[in-house]
Write a protein that binds this ligand. Sequence first.
Ligand code: CP
Length: 308
Amino acid sequence: MIRHLLNPLDFSVEEIDALLDLSDDIQKRPEAYAHVCDGKKLATCFYEPSTRTRLSFESAMLRLGGSIMGFQSANSSSAAKGESVADTSRVISCYADIMAMRHPKEGAPLVASRVATIPVINAGDGGHQHPTQTLTDLLTIRSLKGRLDDLTIGFCGDLKFGRTVHSLIEAMVRYPNVRIILISPQELKVPSYIREDVLRGNNIPFEEVNSLDDALPKLDILYMTRVQKERFFNEEDYIRLKDSYILTSEKMKLAKKDMWVLHPLPRVNEISVEVDDDPRAGYFKQVQYGVYVRMALIMTLLGVKKPC
Ligand code: CP
């Protein structure tokens, strides 16, 4: 049976533990993995801009000994001529062994997976889900904090359109003693299915607040996000909301000494560059973990065994 990754819940907690353990081993002895995907091909089908996700997938496959192909925008593929996602998916299945797809429309990777004859990975679909960012975030949190349970996590910024936020909340509620603080302006609160089905439905203690300053002293993890210009219908609303939160060194004085700041990136100005020098800034470490976890994911979906 072909296995896809479309949603973070496609993997059980036990499977995620195994994936993170494999990522740790890859990090410790990368040379052992340098040829495990010799002869395998990854296609990156990106209908939306990306730096980290596309290039980290490509870096991951190259580090495993495989090769890469793909397109970087809808305009440089036959989507520009009107080809459907389903037809493209059938075609890519003839060329590659595994496919990572980013698309502005929610559900496009799911459509691709229904006709693909190779594993399809959702590399971000509209404002919906970004499961490989979630795997990256889980590996980062486990590596930096030593655990995934008993944590207070603050999500700050654009919680309405932030697909990384939706995916990470869905993944974190499966761990014991997780508390969530949602920090956003009224207009950018999480969608109701996250509040009602995911948080209330799993009896997760959570609060929705407006003030970052009030939340900061309580947090073990602060997950900052960008207000996403590309998801707004109205530029005036974007301009009004884009600087709702700016994390500065001054604000970091309110945080615990062992709180970590994460961000899926790209950042615009919601984290001042001065914070980069704070030892609690974890967002560039997060980028590095993203390569290891995508290597582990490619191996897992292709059924490649861990080397001795
Ligand atoms: N975190 C993330 O998805 O970054 P990119 O948009 O650059 O891929």
